[in-house]
Design a protein around this ligand. Structure first.
Ligand code: UD1
Length: 365
C-alpha cells in the first residue's frame, strides 16, 4: 500500500521521523513524503531532516509564507495534483498546522482515506488557527490516533467515536529515542551557556512564536518586559516570525535575554532538560518540559496538554507581566517539589509502533 505523508512545519518533522523510521521496514507499505515548504529556512527545516535521518521528501511544494488562506490554498492545489498522480491508499497527517489542514481538505475531496496523528487535541479557543485546523482535520479523518485520554474524550464529545485509537504521544517516543544523545553540550551551546568565564550553567529557556503573542505589540512587550525583570540568564532561540516582529517594531530585550537562532532538535532537548525553568507558548515544549521534570510557565490562557497543568508543573499565565513574575517567583521557592510521571499520560514510548500495527492491519483489509 502507498502512504502519502504530508508535513511542512518544524514539529511535524519530529513527529513524522519516528513513524517513518518504522514504515521504512514494512514490506507492504511504501511511504512517499510530501514537504509543503511551509517552513523553508535551513534552521527550521533542512537541519531537522538531516538530524532525524528522515528520507528526502519525494515532493517539495515550496509554498513558503503567505496569509493563512493563500498559504493553505497553494498547498491544496499542489497536493491534489500529487494525490491524482500517486493514488495513495492512505494520507498520513500530523498535528495542527496549515499543512495538516491543506492535506485533509485535498484528501477528503479526493475521497482518500485520511489518518491523523495527534487527533483530538483541543484548546477550545477558536481564535487560534491551529484549533480550526485540528477540528476540520479530525472531522474528515478515517483513522484518528490520539496521544492522550483527554483527546479521546474530546472526540467523543464531538460525536467522533469510530476509527479512534489511543496510542500515546509520538513526541514522547522521540524524546526517549534521543534522550541519551541530547546530554551532550555541543560547541554551539557551550558558547551560549558558558559565554563568560566562570559562568554557572544555570539558565532559563524561552520560546515565543504563537501568532496571538507575536502579532500583538502589547503582549510581546509585556512578555519580554517580564523576562527582562528576571535577574538571570534567559536563552531565547527565536522563531523567524518573532524575530521579524521584534526587528520591525524596534522592540528591545534586556541584557539577560540571550537571543539566538533556532537550534536543532537535539540542542533544544538539551536546553529544555537543563533549564531551571522553561518559558514558552509552544505546545511541544510545554510537554517536553513536563517529561524532563522542568517547571514551565506558558504564555497562553489555555493548553491542549492539560495534564501538564493538572500535575502542577505547568502554569498558564497569558501575557501579563505580573502573572509571569508571580509564577516565576513561586517556582524559585518550590522547584524541588516537582516529580514528572510522563508514562501515566503519554504512553510507553511505543506510540509509533502501535500506529504501524494498526496501519498494517488496515492494509491487509
Ligand atoms: C506553524 C504552525 C504552528 C506550529 C509552528 C511551529 C500553523 C497555523 N501554525 O506556525 O502550529 O506550532 O509552525 O514552528 O500552521 N518563517 C520564516 N522561515 C521559516 C518559517 C516561517 O521566516 O522557515 C516566518 C514567515 O515570516 C512566516 C512566519 O514565520 O510568515 C510564520 O510561519 P507560518 O508557517 O505561517 O507559521 P508558524 O508561526 O511557523
Amino acid at each position: 500500500m502507498k502512504i502519502i505523508t504530508i508535513i511542512g512545519a518544524r514539529p511535524q518533522f519530529i513527529k513524522a521521523a519516528v513513524v517513518s523510521k518504522l514504515l521504512k521496514n514494512q514490506d507492504k507499505i511504501e511511504e512517499i513524503i510530501v514537504h509543503t515548504g511551509q517552513h523553508y529556512d535551513e534552521k527550521m527545516s533542512g537541519l531537522f531532516f538531516n538530524e532525524l535521518e528522515m528520507p528526502v521528501p519525494a515532493y517539495n511544494l515550496g509554498v513558503g509564507s503567505a496569509s493563512h488562506g493563500e498559504q493553505t490554498a497553494r498547498m491544496i492545489e499542489e497536493i491534489e495534483k500529487i494525490l491524482l498522480k500517486e493514488k495513495p491508499g492512505l494520507v498520513l497527517l500530523y498535528g495542527d498546522t496549515n499543512s495538516t489542514l491543506a492535506g485533509s481538505i485535498a484528501a477528503a475531496k479526493m475521497r482518500s482515506k485520511i489518518v491523523h496523528v495527534e487527533a483530538g487535541l483541543r484548546s477550545f479557543n477558536k481564535t487560534m488557527p491551529e484549533e480550526i485546523n485540528r477540528i476540520i482535520t479530525d472531522r474528515v479523518s478515517d483513522i484518528l490516533f490520539c496521544p492522550t485520554v483527554t483527546a479521546v474524550e474530546n472526540l467523543k464529545k464531538e460525536g467522533i467515536k469510530e476509527g479512534v485509537y489511543l496510542v500515546g504521544d509520538v513526541m514522547y517516543d522521540s524524546i526517549l529515542c534521543f534522550e541519551k544523545e541530547c546530554n551532550v553540550m555541543t560547541e554551539t551551546l557551550k558558547k551560549i551557556i558558558l559565554e563568560k568565564e566562570n559562568e554557572t550553567k544555570r539558565f532559563l529557556l524561552a520560546t515565543i512564536h504563537r501568532e496571538e503573542n507575536t502579532n500583538s505589540m502589547e503582549k510581546l512587550s509585556s512578555i519580554l518586559g517580564a523576562m527582562g525583570q528576571m535577574n538571570e540568564k534567559i536563552i531565547l532561540p527565536l522563531h523567524p516570525r518573532t524575530f521579524k516582529y521584534i526587528r520591525n517594531e524596534k522592540l528591545s530585550c534586556k541584557n539577560n535575554i540571550k537571543v539566538i537562532d533556532p537550534v536543532s532538535y537535539k540542542e533544544m532537548l538539551y536546553l529544555v532538560k537543563n533549564a531551571s525553568i522553561v518559558l514558552t507558548d509552544s505546545g511541544g515544549i510545554q510537554k517536553e518540559a513536563f517529561i524532563f521534570g522542568v517547571p514551565c510557565i506558558t504564555f497562553r490562557e489555555e493548553t491542549e496538554w492539560i495534564e501538564t497543568v493538572e500535575s502542577g508543573m505547568n502554569k498558564l499565565v497569558g501575557s501579563s507581566a505580573k502573572s509571569i513574575l508571580e509564577v516565576y517567583n513561586e517556582y524559585l521557592v518550590n522547584r524541588k517539589n516537582l516529580v514528572p510521571n510522563p508514562g501515566d499520560y503519554y504512553g510507553n514510548g511505543n506510540s509509533a509502533r502501535k500506529i504501524i500495527e494498526i496501519l498494517t492491519n488496515q492494509c491487509m483489509n
